[in-house]
Write a protein that binds this ligand. Structure first.
Ligand code: EPU
Length: 417
C-alpha cells in the first residue's frame, strides 16, 4: 500500500494549477444516465472516485470513457443493469447519485445503501423522502434501496437539512418528471450550480440554482451535451493553506476565487496575504499566523471539507482557536493524528480547541478520510523532520497528483510504494 513521505520546513513557492472538482464531476457523470445520447465532459479530475464511478456506469451498461487529460464521454444508450451493487457503493457514497437519474428515465433502480463512513452516519433519508414525494416507492431491504415508480410527478420538497448530493439527486429526478418540482432549503454549493448548467445544456428547465429555492419544470427527454467541470475549490483551498502554513508564496491558478470567499476571508483574518485575480489568486504567508475561531456551515460559509486543513494551520497559530464542525458528527479523526505530531488539541463533541504555537515533529500517521489525509500532509510540511502518512488511498480518492503538485512548488514530498 502506498504511503506519502513529507520532510517539513520548506517554504512553498511558485505556481500550481487546480484540477476539476471531484464533487462536480461525480453528479455530472451520473447525469449522463438521463439521456441515450452522448455526453461529453471536460476537466474531469483523474482520481479514484471518478474511476469508481466509471466502473459503476460501465457495470450498468454505459459506454464510459475517461482520459487522464480530463476528457470523458458517456453514452447510456443500452442500459443492462439498473443496479448499483454493494461492492462499488461501499467504496464511494456518491454512488447514490445514480438513484435519481435511473428512476427518472427507467422508473426503477436498485442501489446498495451506502452505510456510514469515517466522518459520520451519513443517512440518505432525505433523498428517499424526496423521491417518495415525487411518487416513487422506495423499499429498503437486504441492504439495498429498491425504488420504482409508474412515473415521477413534480412536487414541493423542503429539505429539513441542507444536503448537497440530496439536492443533486432530486434535481436529476425532477428534470424528467411530469410537472414542476420545487426544492426548498436546497444546497447552494457551486457544484449544484455546475450540475444545473449541465442539465440545462441537455434541455432541462431549471431556475434558482445557487440559491436555496430551485424550480425545475420536467421535460419529456434530454439530449447529449458538452459540459465543463468547475475547478476544485477544496483543492485550491488546500494549496492556499499549504502556502500559509509554510510561510510561502504561491499562485493558485486555473480556479475560481469566487467559490472560495469564506476560505480566503478566513485566511486573511489569520494573517495570510491574499491577492485575487480573475482565474486564480496568490497567497503569501510571510507574517505569523493568528489563531481564530471557525465554524463550518453549508456554502457560502466555510466548508466542512476544509476544516481538517484549517486545523493543521491552527496548530501553528499564536493562541487558542476553537473549531466547531456543524455538518458531520465525527469529523475530527485527523486531530488525534495531529496530536501524535505534537499538536495540542482538546475535543469535546463537535468542538476542538487548538492551542497553537507548538512545534510539530514528523511522525508516522494514518489518514482516516480524504480531507484528513490533506491535513496530515499540511502538518507534515510545517513539521520538523519526516512524516510518513499511511492509508493514502483516501487521498487518492479526491486529489489529483497532489504529491507531484506539491513537489512542483518546492515541497519535499514523495510517494513510497
Ligand atoms: N443528511 C441527512 N440525510 C440525508 C442526507 C444528508 O441527515 O438524506 C445529513 C448528513 O448526515 C450531514 C448533512 O446532512 O450531516 C450534510 O450532508 P450532505 O448530504 O450535504 O453530504 P453529501 O452530499 O453526502 C457532499 C460532498 C462531501 C461534503 C458534503 C458537505 C459529494 C460527493 N460529497 O456530501 O464531500 O463534505 O457534501 O459539503 O459531493 C469530500 O469531498 O471530502 C466530501 C466528504
Amino acid at each position: 500500500m502506498d504511503k506519502i513521505q513529507v520532510v517539513g520546513g520548506k517554504e512553498l513557492r511558485g505556481r500550481v494549477e487546480i484540477s476539476g472538482a471531484k464533487n462536480a464531476a461525480l453528479p455530472a457523470m451520473a447525469a449522463a444516465l438521463l439521456t441515450p445520447e452522448t455526453v461529453r465532459l471536460e476537466n474531469i479530475p483523474y482520481v479514484r472516485d471518478i474511476l469508481t464511478t466509471r466502473a459503476l456506469l460501465e457495470y450498468m451498461g454505459v459506454d464510459a470513457k475517461v482520459s487522464k487529460d480530463g476528457a470523458g464521454t458517456f453514452k447510456a444508450a443500452d442500459i443492462e443493469a439498473l443496479e448499483a451493487p454493494y461492492e462499488l457503493v461501499r467504496t464511494m457514497r456518491a454512488s447514490i447519485l445514480v438513484l435519481g437519474p435511473m428512476l427518472a428515465r427507467f422508473k426503477r433502480a436498485r442501489v446498495s445503501l451506502p452505510g456510514g463512513c469515517a466522518i459520520g452516519a451519513r443517512p440518505i433519508n432525505l433523498h428517499l423522502q424526496g423521491l417518495e414525494k415525487m411518487g416513487a416507492k422506495c423499499d429498503v431491504s437486504h441492504g439495498y434501496v429498491e425504488a420504482y415508480t409508474t412515473g415521477l410527478q413534480g412536487a414541493c420538497i423542503r429539505f429539513e437539512t441542507v444536503t448537497v448530493t440530496g439536492t443533486e439527486n432530486l434535481m436529476m429526478a425532477a428534470v424528467l418528471a411530469d410537472g414542476e418540482t420545487i426544492l426548498d432549503n436546497a444546497a447552494c454549493e457551486p457544484e449544484v450550480e455546475n450540475l444545473a448548467d449541465m442539465l440545462r445544456a441537455m434541455g432541462a428547465e431549471i431556475e434558482g440554482d445557487g440559491t436555496c429555492l430551485i424550480r425545475i419544470r420536467g421535460v419529456k427527454e434530454l439530449k447529449g451535451c458538452l459540459h465543463r467541470i468547475i475547478p476544485d475549490r477544496i483543492e485550491a483551498g488546500t494549496f492556499a493553506i499549504a502556502a500559509a502554513i509554510t510561510r510561502g508564496d504561491v499562485e493558485i491558478a486555473e480556479c475560481n476565487p469566487g467559490h472560495l470567499t469564506a476560505v480566503l476571508n478566513q485566511l486573511s483574518l489569520v494573517g495570510a496575504e491574499i491577492t485575487l485575480g480573475e482565474t486564480g489568486f496568490r497567497v503569501r504567508g510571510h507574517t505569523g499566523i493568528s489563531s481564530k475561531n471557525l465554524t463550518t456551515h453549508p456554502y457560502p460559509a466555510f466548508p466542512t471539507d476544509m476544516q481538517a486543513q484549517y486545523m493543521a494551520l491552527m496548530t501553528q497559530g499564536d493562541g487558542t482557536s476553537v473549531i466547531t464542525e456543524t455538518i458531520f458528527e465525527n469529523r475530527f479523526m485527523h486531530a488525534l493524528e495531529l496530536v501524535r505530531m505534537g499538536a495540542d488539541i482538546k475535543m469535546e463533541g463537535r468542538q476542538a480547541a487548538v492551542c497553537g504555537g507548538r512545534l510539530l515533529t514528523g511522525a508516522n500517521v494514518q489518514a482516516s478520510d480524504l480531507r484528513a489525509s490533506a491535513s496530515l500532509i499540511l502538518a507534515g510540511l510545517a513539521a520538523e523532520g519526516e512524516t510518513i502518512i499511511d492509508r493514502v488511498y483516501h487521498l487518492d480518492r479526491g486529489y489529483a497528483r497532489i504529491e507531484e503538485k506539491m513537489a512542483g512548488i518546492g515541497a519535499e514530498i514523495k510517494r513510497i510504494s
